[in-house]
Design a protein around this ligand. Sequence first.
Ligand code: GTP
Ligand code: GTP
Length: 371
Amino acid sequence: MKALFLAGGYGTRLRPFTFTKPKPLIDFANEPIILHQIKALHAVGVRTIVLAVNYQPSEMRKFAKEVKKELDIEIKFSLETEPLGTGGPLKLAEEYLKGNEPFFVLNSDVICDFPFADMLEYHKKNKSEGTILATKVEDPSRYGVIVHQENGKIERFVEKPQEFVGDRINAGIYILNPSVLDTIPLRWTSLEREIFPKLAKEEKIYCYHLNGFWMDVGKPGDFILGSTLYLKFISSQIKESKKVKIHGGVLIEGEDIQGAVLVPKEGRKGVQIGENCRIGPNVVIGKNVRIGNGCRLKNCTIMDGVVIGQSSYIENSIIGWGSHIGSWTRIQSHCFLGEDVTVRDECNINSLTVCPHKGVNQNIMKETIML
Ligand code: GTP
Ligand code: GTP
């Protein structure tokens, strides 16, 4: 089977991290977001991946080479010379996708317990042209809501509804028959706003309900929430003795650990955690991270190569690759530090976004972006 990834967006909302890497390659729980998806697709027999991209293809190519080495999978690039939206890229890649089999389409920034096998069975059973993965959210007004019949047949879509019409939203993962390609023009086209509504009118598209967690991690705040949901999911599976594959590392335990803390595969050997620290819950620590004595970390992601001085406090924040955090710092309430940022000793920062290679030398207590 085949799968196409919509991986050509600019990822502006995931700045400052997308200044360094294309969004699909940002590490989520210590592994590129898109690799979580590729491994789950591989497990249900997908052997051809099409990456629809329009910028930074060289890094993506390097990534593709590594994945090909690790998994028995073919990776093709479909390169746009101008953005084609979420529909146009499928038409551009038509030669790779056409055939007798349905194919998967994925936004490259969604994380969940991918239900690909069940979704495929559902798609085949309905004999529909398309199946959209749907998930329930508390605040549907931020998303595209799906209005559907009891059997899952979609009636219509409402984008960012101001009045309650339902709480099932489009989760950004689809199965489509090759015949859908005939309905897509080769220009900037929106799958969600043009192609799917047309299929709904013709009663040819269904939704499959996802049970369990889901998150679009395309914004830093949602990325943190997504990491928490993912780690909670992994821990609950382990507690219930269910089989679960953690691709990006291992959960560690110890007197200094509270709740779920994910470190690289090598376990404690892969990171340095000083004495008298308290780490967790919901912390992801990348490769070669060094944490000084007496630090307190919770609900945060510390990316590869970060060094943290002693007695620092980090909460609800993301610390980008190779950053240097001084001693006695306090970093909280959605601080997003890009690659190679330095925070001076004793700085107290709140809701601060910092672009790569910058230094923070003073306390900053209100929401600020440091360019
Ligand atoms: P923002 O700039 O932060 O809005 O991110 P984004 O551009 O990635 O937008 P969004 O999250 O809405 O996009 C949904 C999915 O479609 C993502 O996986 C994008 O990579 C992808 N996407 C958006 N526009 C294009 C495009 O023009 N071409 C391709 N190939 N993919 C796209
Ligand atoms: P617990 O009591 O331990 O479950 O924690 P909590 O009340 O903080 O809830 P949880 O961590 O499950 O969720 C925090 C926020 O995330 C809430 O606003 C939920 O509405 C939202 N949320 C929960 N699950 C999901 C999900 O799967 N997807 C999305 N997008 N949001 C979710």
